[in-house]
Design a protein around this ligand. Structure first.
Ligand SMILES: NC(=O)c1ccc[n+]([C@@H]2O[C@H](COP(=O)([O-])OP(=O)(O)OC[C@H]3O[C@@H](n4cnc5c(N)ncnc54)[C@H](O)[C@@H]3O)[C@@H](O)[C@H]2O)c1
Length: 317
């Protein structure tokens, strides 16, 4: 398939790009290199079927050209995470909402067949019932600007596609658990990666609110879920929402600290800061994607911890 990935130079996009190229798809990415030059792009330059356009999704003429001949759009570009959106609220609105709305409208006009959107389990916010878990039918209780932009865009996509051209730009919203694991564009601000690095390298960590739950999924499994949704029969995914992860991969922050400490061994300096209010506390059920698309993870958090640790140790040597 001929695919356009927005934000393709990022943490998830750089893994997805390699996965798609390895499977013989054509991949064009648009990325404004918000986080600086990405050395990993150089190794893709000569790969058949790969094309990189440096640019901003807010640039409509550029996006119109980027959509030319594409069958699938995977929309990953955005201001990602609560802190980044809180720091740049205007950019978050412009990119996560306004430019994203224009992108979808132009994808329709350009005859794109599928439109996959990277949403987030942060949309669930704080669970109404702390003893249960949330699924795709649960109420969304976004507690940050980041999650609010994701919820609003989901509503736009799912509310609009039916009325315009029902056979074009079929939208699918993938609500990813928090990602972890190695990527060509590494992110150490994600909990599993961050805790693993801090404890492996500094042997020191400060944990805030260790009792709060979150689900996690490996970045390669997230990329596999995108490919699965992209290639599934349209009637299974069009206008649908899927949580991406595994119901057994919900952890409290304290669980992560215990798992990583057990891997490292020896004396570690861990400071636990009590925090009783965290607006984001959610355990998520991932049965829909398993049942309807046959999705299975290939990595668990303990395996991801070992993978990240091994790379840190090798880098240090
Ligand atoms: N990382 C996670 O844990 C996680 C969890 C749930 C959902 N998601 C979603 O997955 C997507 C990818 O996340 P990621 O972790 O790879 O983040 P990332 O920041 O590494 O990647 C985002 C990419 O988008 C690019 N970008 C930002 N603004 C742009 C603009 N205006 N025009 C063009 N490119 C722009 C950035 O340069 C970056 O390469 C995001 O939409 C994010 O909300 C991520």
């Amino acid at each position: 398939m001929r695919v356009l990935i927005t934000g393709g130079a990022g943490y998830l996009g750089s893994v997805l790009t390699r996965h798609l190229l390895a499977e013989g798809h054509e991949v064009r990415i648009v990325d404004n290199l918000l986080h600086g030059p990405q050395a990993h792009l150089a190794e893709l330059a000569d790969r058949p079927g790969f094309e990189f356009i440096e640019g901003d999704i807010r640039d409509e003429p550029l996006m119109w050209r980027a959509l030319d001949g594409r069958q699938v759009v995977v929309h990953l570009a955005g201001i990602v995470g609560d802190p980044a959106c809180a720091r740049s609220p205007q950019a978050a609105h412009e990119i996560n909402l306004d430019a994203s709305v224009r992108l979808y409208s132009n994808a329709l006009l350009r005859g794109v067949e599928r439109f996959l959107f990277a949403s987030t389990c942060s949309n669930y916010g704080r669970m109404a019932d702390p003893d249960s878990s949330v699924d795709e039918n649960s109420e969304l209780r976004p507690v940050s600007l980041y999650a609010r932009t994701k919820v609003e865009y989901e509503e736009f996509l799912l509310g609009n596609f039916m009325f315009e051209k029902p056979t074009l730009a079929l939208p699918t919203c993938l609500r990813f658990a928090t990602l972890y694991g190695l990527s060509p564009r590494m992110r150490f601000d994600l909990t599993v990666n961050e805790f693993t690095r801090d404890l492996t390298v500094d042997r020191k960590l400060v944990v805030y609110g260790e009792q709060f739950w979150r689900p996690y999924v490996h970045v390669r499994d997230a990329a596999r879920a995108i490919v699965l949704a992209m290639t599934a029969p349209a009637d299974k995914v069009a206008g649908r929402v899927f949580n991406v992860g595994d119901s057994n991969e919900n952890y409290r922050k304290g669980d992560l600290v215990r798992l990583i400490s057990a891997e490292i061994g020896g004396e570690l300096d861990i400071e636990r800061v009590e925090k009783n209010e965290d607006p984001r506390d959610y355990r998520v059920n991932f049965d829909r994607i398993a049942r309807e698309l046959g999705f299975e993870i290939t990595m668990t958090v303990p395996e991801g911890i070992r993978e990240v640790m091994a790379s840190l140790v090798t880098t240090a040597i």
